[in-house]
Design a protein around this ligand. Structure first.
Ligand SMILES: Nc1ncnc2c1ncn2[C@@H]1O[C@H](COP(=O)(O)OP(=O)(O)O)[C@@H](O)[C@H]1O
Ligand SMILES: [Mg+2]
Length: 249
């Protein structure tokens, strides 16, 4: 899997007004994430994780700094073009599932695919494939009220992955789930990175997820404290240290 930077942010500042004063929630944050990596952003509640994800993904305009996503200077665009960028390149998974109550699992996925321009029959076919990939082939015609929390989050993942996003943003995707369902969800996110090369940016305060990360970034009070690559197994082997082929010749 190539390790191209999928997204690079420099000097991100975000302030919110509370009464007469401003609080600075992001204090000049530099950030980057690579294709094929699960990049985990960890930090306590209120540290700025959701704000960071919103700024990186075109949902919330930073007060200063830049975001280059897939080589495009995101915040130089007008809002319509940012919306289009999100539709074309980004998948989102949130804590609260964000499903439409009236739609079946299959329709939740189809709607997005039709938006993206797929024909109704193609959208239907791709939705079935995506739901099968997350193990919900037997649940396709059920509505959210008939699904468990873990199943709902798998629908949200199928919806995010069906359009083959290069960037996958997850904000506390497991916090409403028990340990077992949380593990299913994080493994699906990991597969999106390893199998499809997505840059997965997952924000969480759940330390159990850390072992699934290729990279862990700690944020506190709007600042990045540390940023380290997790060395585990050969998936993260750093080939730059291997001997050149000619060395022994
Ligand atoms: N729209 C807003 N208006 C005012 N303050 C906000 C807003 N959104 C977030 N904040 C504040 O910014 C800080 C960081 O929030 P957030 O990014 O949601 O943190 P986290 O996701 O790490 O819990 C918190 O103190 C929060 O209260
Ligand atoms: Mg948050």
């Amino acid at each position: 899997m190539s390790s191209q930077p999928a997204i690079v942010a420099r000097g991100l500042v975000k302030r919110f007004k509370t009464g007469r004063s401003h609080i600075e929630v992001l204090k000049s944050v530099d950030f980057e994430a690579l294709h094929g990596d699960v990049t985990m952003v960890m930090g306590p509640s209120g540290s700025g994780k959701s704000t960071l994800v919103a700024c990186l993904s075109g949902l919330l305009k930073p007060d200063a700094g830049s975001v280059s996503a897939m080589g495009e200077d995101l915040w130089s665009y007008k809002s319509g073009k940012i919306d289009r960028f999100r539709l074309d390149h980004c998948g989102f998974i949130f804590q609260g599932f964000n499903l439409f109550p009236a739609l079946t699992a299959r329709q939740q996925v189809e709607v997005i695919l039709k938006y993206k321009g797929f024909s109704p029959s193609e959208a239907r076919r791709k939705a079935a494939v995506a739901l099968t990939e997350v193990g919900l082939e037997m649940r396709m015609n059920q509505r959210p009220s008939e699904l468990s929390g873990g199943e709902k989050q798998r629908v949200a993942i199928a919806r995010a992955l069906a359009k083959d996003p290069e960037l996958l943003f997850a904000d506390e995707p497991t916090s409403a789930l028990d340990g077992e369902n949380g593990q299913v969800v994080i493994k699906l996110l990991q597969r999106a990175a390893k199998q499809f090369g997505a840059a997965v940016i997952c924000v969480t305060h759940d330390p159990r997820l850390e072992s699934y990360a290729d990279r862990v970034i700690h944020i506190e009070d709007g600042r990045i404290l540390d940023d380290r690559r997790v060395v585990a197994g050969d998936a993260t082997a750093d080939h730059s240290h291997s001997q050149p082929a000619l060395a022994g010749a």
